[in-house]
Design a protein around this ligand. Structure first.
Ligand SMILES: Nc1ncnc2c1ncn2[C@@H]1O[C@H](COP(=O)(O)OP(=O)(O)OP(=O)(O)O)[C@@H](O)[C@H]1O
Length: 267
């Protein structure tokens, strides 16, 4: 069932200069949609229109069967998790308090908030011992995990993520991706995830939406985009990186071993 719908949506920040151009897109419940494309193509603008952080200039946006202008902004935002690159944890609050913040606003008692924080900290792969620490005592990757836990605290059915793993190192990033993919499979939330990283987009998305200058160039599965590109732009964008991303770890290992054997044979 459709949970987010864009119907001929456009956006201009300056008169006559559209950064989103007539986009129509339907996202079903439980989908993991990655928005990918070159810098400035409009990914963040499109994402922020879902929780009313940016208003469209024309067209219709429908969230859970309700036209966006009829949503109370606070209600809408509380029902949608939001994770960005700089998670912005409150420095003077413990991790438990940070995770439980939304629940505090909605009136949950302290015991329930702590139980929820404990459940979520484990879900995002951290030891429960971290619960009484402060953000400054955590690494960048750990802070991102708390950002994810906090976004899940209010049990939203939609989660928006804008380059959430962009600032962490390569190894931590890969681990976060693997774990977050599992969390999605387990919880079945609808995720809209902005990234400029081809590998990340293909690995995480059940559907990948490639944007180009404010339009959708192609939308489909990883195989659709890499093996069946509809335009030269799609083909060029994914290129060899796309093929590599679709090879699984075993195939990559085999490729690597074959390259070594070949190199040794030519010594
Ligand atoms: N508040 C704003 N005022 C004017 N122009 C803006 C504003 N925000 C974004 N833009 C412009 O709109 C276009 C799309 O920006 P957006 O941030 O949505 O792109 P993006 O694909 O997310 O880029 P990136 O990958 O670099 O973050 C860009 O040309 C940008 O300069």
């Amino acid at each position: 069932m459709t949970i987010i719908e864009f119907d001929k949506v456009s956006k201009s920040y300056e008169e006559g200069k559209h950064v989103i151009k007539d986009i129509s897109l339907k996202i079903d419940e439980g989908e993991f949609v990655t928005l990918v494309g070159p810098s400035g193509c409009g990914k963040t603008t499109l994402l922020k229109m879902i929780n009313k952080m940016i208003m469209s200039t024309s067209g219709r946006i429908v969230i859970r069967d309700k036209e966006i202008s009829t949503w109370n902004t606070t209600d809408l935002r509380r029902s949608i998790g939001y994770v960005i690159q700089q998670v912005g944890l409150f420095p003077h609050m413990t991790i438990a308090e940070n995770i439980g913040y939304v629940l505090k606003i909605t009136g949950e008692d302290k015991v329930k908030r702590r139980l929820k924080a404990l459940e979520l900290i484990k879900l995002v792969g951290l030891d429960e011992g971290y619960i009484d620490k402060y953000p400054r005592q955590l690494s960048g990757g750990q802070k991102q995990r708390i950002g994810v836990a906090r976004a899940l605290a209010g049990d939203p059915d939609i989660i928006l993520m804008d380059e959430p793993f962009g600032a962490v190192d390569e190894i931590a990033r890969k681990k976060l991706q693997d774990e977050f993919k599992q969390i999605h499979q387990k919880l079945g939330k609808t995720i809209v995830f902005v990234t400029h990283d081809i590998h990340e987009a293909l690995k995480l998305g059940t559907r990948i939406v490639l944007m180009n200058s404010g339009r959708i160039e192609q939308s489909g599965t990883d195989k659709d985009l890499v093996y069946r590109p509809r335009t030269p732009f799609v083909k060029d964008f994914f290129g060899i990186k796309g093929y590599k991303a679709l090879l699984d770890e075993n195939e990559l290992q085999k490729e690597y071993e074959a390259a070594i054997l070949k190199a040794e044979g030519t010594k």
